[in-house]
Design a protein around this ligand. Structure first.
Ligand code: GRG
Length: 306
């Protein structure tokens, strides 16, 4: 693929973001069963939960990691769809009355409000299954069966009880309790960070025999931006407004959740986020300009407004 070295790096993500968002949207649209397929209400709800909205940051990370390791992002739709489907399922379940009980998500009624609770539970379940199908069947042909299995295992660990679901369990246990910084970090390394790390890893694992040291650096990058992402999310929950966020602001306070601004204060939380972005950029030092999109993603994550 073409080297971005002769482009203004600060403009790269501006170009890539809409391209990659459109690419994954089209791939998801193809992958999701049509709304007219039986059972129609379930398929309609699955399409409602996934299509037409969302920043698609995790798929963009898959594509941008592909760029960084010298792959053609056109071939990475399988892993890109897989991480977005897991993310969409987690949002549907997280919004349920038995979890955060939210009415608004991505600027629209949450899945259980637009449909009903049972349909929302099944929607999340089916999106999770579809994610693994995307990974197993839509991963580029040059990826060996062994690497494919490794990718399935990585996503499974990231999504499961040692990853995102485990983080959600810690979050539920922590509601109304005080956490120290290490406990808060542990919660978010699992709840939000695991899927962000998996997004980067799946992009890199599509490269046969990718350099071990560089894989570790990519993982360190992903770990840092995962936490920075969560810090920004906590800050936006305090400072953002419901319209811009597309979900209710102030919900952390309503649910008595431990947050970075709550623990550190807003200024220190911001500083901690910036430090994590610096750490992420340091991890990418040996990479050439093909990693510029990843570099810009790190900055975007901490500056985003929604
Ligand atoms: C219920 C199984 C289960 C897991 C829930 C990740 C998670 C665990 C719940 C999501 C709830 C939440 C708001 C977490 C904070 C960070 C986060 C994932 C924010 C939403 O991600 P964005 O900003 O959303 O990427 P869009 O809508 O742009 O895709």
């Amino acid at each position: 693929m073409s080297s971005p070295s002769n482009r203004n790096p600060s403009k790269l993500l501006e170009q890539r973001l809409p391209t990659y968002q459109a690419q994954v949207e089209e791939a998801l649209d193809r992958l999701l069963p049509k709304a007219a397929t039986l059972p129609m209400r379930l398929h309609e709800a699955m399409r409602y939960a996934v299509l037409g909205t969302g920043k698609r940051l995790r798929p963009v990370l898959v594509y941008a990691t592909g760029e960084a390791v010298g792959l053609d992002p056109q071939h990475l739709n399988g892993p890109a769809c897989a991480v977005e489907l897991i993310h969409a399922y987690s949002l549907v379940h997280d919004d349920l009355p038995c979890m955060d009980d939210d009415d608004l998500r991505r600027g629209r009624p949450t899945c259980h409000k637009a449909y009903d609770e049972a349909t929302a539970v099944l929607t999340g379940d089916a999106l999770q299954s579809l994610a693994f199908r995307a990974l197993a069947e839509e991963t580029p042909g040059h990826v060996s069966a062994e690497a494919r299995l490794k990718m399935v295992a990585s996503l499974s660990v990231a999504a499961g009880s040692r990853g995102m679901v485990g983080g959600q369990a810690l979050d539920l246990e922590a509601t109304g309790r005080e956490l120290d910084l290490a406990q808060l970090e542990d919660l978010h390394v699992h709840k939000t960070g695991a899927l962000i790390r998996a997004s980067v890893m799946l992009g890199a694992l599509c490269h046969p025999d990718y350099d071990h040291d560089r894989l570790e650096r990519l993982d360190r990058y992903a770990k840092s931006i995962g936490l920075a992402f969560q810090i920004r999310d906590d800050i936006l929950d305090v400072e953002g407004n419901t319209e811009a966020l597309g979900k209710a602001s102030g919900s952390d306070a309503r649910l008595s959740k431990a947050t970075y601004p709550g623990l550190l204060g807003l200024a220190e939380a911001r500083r901690h986020g910036e430090e994590l972005v610096e750490r992420a950029l340091e991890s990418l030092e040996p990479f050439d300009s093909q990693a510029n999109c990843l570099r810009e993603m790190a900055t975007f994550i901490i500056e985003r407004r929604s």
